[in-house]
Design a protein around this ligand. Structure first.
Ligand code: AMP
Ligand code: MG
Length: 362
């Protein structure tokens, strides 16, 4: 971006639990005027714009470098506000919103005429979430409009879970960054398409398949299973793009336990023929402590997908900053939140495999 095109980005630090309205008011006003504001949610930082203003929504795609066929999630703070944005509210959507909202769950519903085409990339559905983070909620309420907000990263980069991650990608491109500290979950919301007769999990997240089953009595299916059957064709644009990619190449050390995983990581390390300072590691302490690591980020003592997920994107960015060429991350069993963690990690690793393709978003 040319220097002359840059705008001044103001960073506002607020209390995550009790944000002061006086600090948020200017950012809320900026949203009403069609400007872009990054703010914390319980999942990752979002890059917000007035969802009902096509020019403001276009500015999100521009600032992120996001392909126009990747639709945005619209954020509101009440179920009443959802009704204005959708054409129909199936019973399962009511059940899921009641159980998990506000929180890290996004539902794909058929859209109302109020939603501009740009938001949904021309689809006849719209993705909606009620965030739980007090800063996100207060900012949306003060703005007084639904807020379209993808993750506040440049397209293809790891999602931001700290204010400095946002600044690193978007400073000079957006009006405000509201710094509300670390995002509590650290992985993006679970996205469930409830427009068909079976709920389809388009993106796994902190709300797990098991939790959805317990609340609805209905088994969800994943995108993969749907793609392989001929039952329904869910459209989940954006899934084809590069995701979560740090500059370093990411390798995943999988295995039945931390010791086996560390052994695998050790043999990968030996084959890389790099200096010790050129390799970074991410995992639990039991895994990390078995490796001759100089650059390492541990999230806790034992394998724990919730803690790993909370720190994953921060670890990728921190290790990148330290200048490593390769990041070896510990794989975790794929159940519960482990499904979402491995989904992001595999995409971060896979992104390297398709390096050279266009830098696109999630
Ligand atoms: P992001 O906010 O960038 O983390 O990503 C939002 C995700 O929600 C992307 O993977 C989109 O493809 C997905 N999404 C948003 N709107 C829809 C929709 N109407 N139908 C299906 N997926 C959607
Ligand atoms: Mg994103």
């Amino acid at each position: 971006m040319c220097k002359k095109d840059q705008i001044q980005t103001k960073i506002i630090r607020v209390d995550a639990d009790r944000p002061d309205d006086r600090l948020l008011e200017s950012a809320a006003m900026a949203l009403r005027k069609g400007r872009l504001v990054a703010f914390p949610t319980e999942t990752v930082y979002g890059l917000g714009a007035n969802a009902l203003d096509p020019a403001a929504v276009a500015a999100i795609f521009q600032a992120k470098g996001r392909p126009g066929d990747n639709p945005l999630i619209v954020h509101v703070t009440s179920i009443e506000a959802v009704y204005a944005l959708v054409d129909a509210m199936p019973p399962i959507a009511i059940q899921l919103f009641a159980a998990f909202s506000p929180g890290p769950l996004t539902l794909v519903l058929s859209r109302s005429a109020l939603i501009p085409d740009l938001v949904t990339a021309g689809l006849d559905t719209v993705a909606i979430r009620l965030p739980a983070h007090p800063v996100a909620r207060r900012l949306i309420d003060l703005a007084g409009v639904p807020i379209a907000a993808p993750s506040a990263n440049r397209s293809g980069r790891p999602s931001p879970t700290r204010a400095w991650h946002v600044a690193a990608d978007l400073e000079g491109r957006i009006s405000y960054i509201i710094d509300g500290g670390d995002c509590p979950f650290g992985l993006e919301s679970t996205v469930v398409d409830v427009t068909g007769n079976i709920p389809v999990v388009l993106r796994p997240g902190s709300v797990t398949n098991q939790e959805i089953l317990e609340v609805t009595g209905v088994l969800t299916v994943g995108r993969q299973e749907i793609a392989e059957s001929s039952l329904v064709t869910p459209r989940s644009p954006g899934m084809k793009y590069r995701h979560y990619a740090p500059r370093a190449k990411v390798l995943v050390a999988e295995g039945p336990d931390p010791v086996a995983r560390a052994k695998f990581a050790g043999s990968m390390t030996a084959n890389l023929h790099l200096l010790p300072s050129e390799i970074g590691y991410f995992g639990c302490r039991r895994f990390i402590n078995l490796l001759p690591a100089q650059q390492k980020v541990a999230y806790g003592d034992e394998p724990e997908p919730e803690l790993a997920g909370r720190l994953l994107f921060d670890a990728l960015r921190r290790l990148d900053r330290s200048g490593v060429k390769v990041i070896i991350a510990e794989g975790l069993p794929e159940h519960g939140v482990g499904i979402a963690y491995m989904n992001r990690l595999r995409k971060a690793a896979g992104a390297w495999l398709v390096k050279g393709e266009e830098d696109d978003d999630q």
